[in-house]
Design a protein around this ligand. Sequence first.
Ligand code: PHE
Length: 447
Amino acid sequence: MDNRSTFATKLGVIAAAVGSAVGLGNIWRFPYELGQNGGGAFLIIYLLCVIVLGIPLIVAEFIIGRSSSSNVGGAFKKLAPGTHWNVIGYMSVLASFLILGFYAVTAGWTVEYLFQALKNGFAGRSPEELRDAFTSFSTTTYTPIIWLFIFLLANYFIIVGGVKNGIEKASNIMMPILFVLLIIFCIRSITLPGASEGLSFLFKPDFSKVNSSVLLRAMGQAFFSLSLGMGCLITYGSYFDRKTKLGKTAFTVASLDTLVAILAGIMIFPAVFSFGISPAAGPELVFVTVPNVFMQMTGGYIWSVLFFLLLTMAALTSTVSMFEVVTAFIHEEYNVSRKKATIWIISLTFILGTICSLSLGPWKEQTIFGLTIFDLFDYVSANILLPGGGLLISIYVGYRLDRTIMINELTNDHSFRIWYFKPLIFAIRYIAPVAIILIFLSGLGVI
Ligand code: PHE
């Protein structure tokens, strides 16, 4: 709170925010959600959600964060003292833990796959063998938990290192490389035999597949992928200096995040069709198709190593941002040292992650609402908590936050003019809350 850090450079701001947004959500979750929810039609609804809800709400979170220069709890204490708005802070902490629970397990899988790639473990395996290998690995008791632990340890060192030297530096290096590699993988994928079938699955909308659950899932995916509705962008916004342009940054983050999701789709679906894997395969999709693609490529060994290294890093810059939400909150609100806070939070995540991991294997029969705990955490966080958080944030910024604060934040204290103030306010006040409530009600079967 006394001399709080900020990101050091413009590039650092973008890289850290894009680092949070771009992660397993884009490369692992987006393709299988799209595959299970109607293909091209899902993509169009997803894009609408990003433009109409996503960008305005990213700006709203940035405004809260930078104007208060506080964590998710402190922000509302400062901006709205004596009110209940700080419930957004508690919801954010809860959402962070639920997401971290299953996300860190998946990130652990990517570390295992990196290890497999290094050992050249995919070589000579058929698609069926790769699928079986994934199923048996992800449902065993111990191995995934060990990788979970190792992955969490990496998070520990970055978080304890701090904002500038940990988060910003890592993102500056990894994000550009990720883009270049994705483009190369896409080129390889679309030149596979039968690729056009995959591309038309991705880009040709079939609206007969759209129902209210598809709407809810597309919205949930947009929130999840943009790291929206759980205070992550409030926390990162609180590390922006007064020169950072909030509107432009929000637009850049949303565009790059969406580009990566689409590139991931272009990388995955032609390969899915080319190898005869079901596009609705679920969470295993990436872990089965990507090794398949590599085995068709010259230099497949090095590509697969690079891919899983980068996937691990993409996951890491995202989990770090979730940990930062809770770490900043505990550190600043409860006066606990950063290190102690981090140890507690990572330990709790390890327990939740272990439960999620076991729920796929030995505890598979124990379901809640028909979902394993892994799937339940995923469903509840993405489709309920994040849009719910986004709803509260849009109401707070749209109806309660002082307009002068908004204008000062959007124009960096009147140092430049913006053209989009009116449409932005309109989106935050009316479009976002109405759309979220309608999609909620229809997704939950009320209308
Ligand atoms: N946006 C991240 C991804 O796509 C996940 C995430 C969600 C990160 C919420 C932070 C907060 O992988």
